[in-house]
Design a protein around this ligand. Structure first.
Ligand code: SF4
Length: 345
């Protein structure tokens, strides 16, 4: 099976891959709706000790540009988000050794009490970092965060879930097995999560297929992944990977298509126009994607590598229509928000 998939990914004509992915997408989403979400990425701290070679965002402890946001600053960002029709925050940060666990719990409670909104936060790498730093079981970290207000977990920090690759690009971060184990724990605690793949970091095509199959296997057991998102490395400004070649649009579309084909048990695939630009983002809708991702009000990590594409809901909806689909705003759980609800301008 692996060999067939690898052969298909490597050798099939682009349009054949696309047609098969589109067939699966239409089976799962027979209507012509393409969804998107209005949300905000809040990077609560950029201080990090993980030193990932591909990361342009983090600063080492004591670096003059290091920051940690206050609860009030985070609250303000949430209010701005809600005023623009945003329905969730994506809250992630570096592995900051100076923040105590209580801070995270207090933050969840503070948000739910003062600025209630869906909190999609803390990738498995952060959960693993908390578990190690605070000498807790990862499942207790998840339970405590959930009790304090965390609603769902993002699939950040997955990159390529094959240990050989992680040993090279992110050796200090949760390993491949651990990353998936934490996702499975979260699913078993009743939490939904998303899952990602960042490619172009020195992995082979076979390792990309292995990543997808490992995700598929967890999904077979838990059904807890709501969506899959893939994008290529943005090498500009990264500490150790600026020499890496930028992968092209064809490779992106092939990768989206094979992801849709392998992950036939994951309901939603998001197009990554933030990294690929609008045109390619639109094309991805006929290569397996049924979701246009988010109209993100702030995205520090990608924009730190100079690849931010910003837009507005009107423009986003026009792009979806021009690609032949009907746009619909959604919540984190993919339920649709009625069209007459005010949105970002
Ligand atoms: S990707 Fe995340 S964990 Fe890695 S260095 Fe950047 S902020 Fe730290």
């Amino acid at each position: 099976m692996t060999r067939d998939l690898l052969d298909f990914y490597t050798n099939a004509p682009l349009l054949e891959l696309g047609l098969e992915a589109d067939r699966i997408r239409r089976e799962k989403h027979p209507h012509s709706t393409v969804t998107y979400i209005v949300d905000r990425n809040i990077n609560y701290t950029n201080v990090c000790v993980a030193d990932c070679g591909f990361c342009a965002f983090y600063r080492r402890p004591k670096h003059g540009e290091g920051y940690t946001l206050s609860f009030e600053q985070i609250g303000e960002k949430i209010e701005e988000t809600k005023a623009l029709g945003g329905v969730q925050i994506l809250i992630q940060g570096g592995h900051n050794p100076y923040i105590p666990f209580e801070w995270y719990l207090d933050l969840m409670r503070y948000i739910k009490r003062n600025h209630p909104i869906h909190i999609h936060g803390f990738s498995p790498s952060e959960v693993d970092f908390f578990a190690k730093t605070f000498r807790m079981d990862a499942v207790d970290v998840i339970r405590e965060l959930q009790k304090a207000g965390l609603d769902s977990i993002p699939g950040g920090g997955g990159e390529i879930l094959v240990q050989r690759v992680r040993d090279i690009v992110a050796p200090k971060k949760a390993g491949a097995d651990r990353w998936l184990e934490i996702m499975e724990m979260a699913h078993n605690e009743g939490m939904k999560t998303s899952v990602t793949m960042m490619y172009g970091i020195g992995e082979t095509l076979a390792e990309r297929i292995e990543h997808l199959q490992r995700v598929r296997e967890v999904q077979r057991r838990t059904g807890g992944f709501t969506a899959f998102i893939t994008w290529p490395l943005q090498p500009e400004n990264t500490p150790e990977m600026s020499h890496m070649p930028k992968t092209d649009a064809v490779e992106y579309l092939r990768t989206v298509a094979i992801s849709r084909i392998v992950l036939d048990n994951v309901p939603n695939l998001q197009s990554s126009w933030v990294t690929m630009g609008m045109k390619v983002g639109q094309m991805a809708l006929t290569f397996g994607c049924n979701d246009f991702g988010s109209l993100m009000i702030e995205e520090n990590v990608v924009s730190a590598a100079n690849t931010t594409y910003r837009t507005t809901t009107d423009e986003l909806e026009r792009l979806i229509r021009d690609a032949g689909f009907t746009p619909a705003r959604r919540r984190q759980d993919y339920s649709i928000i009625p069209a007459d609800t005010p949105a970002a301008a």
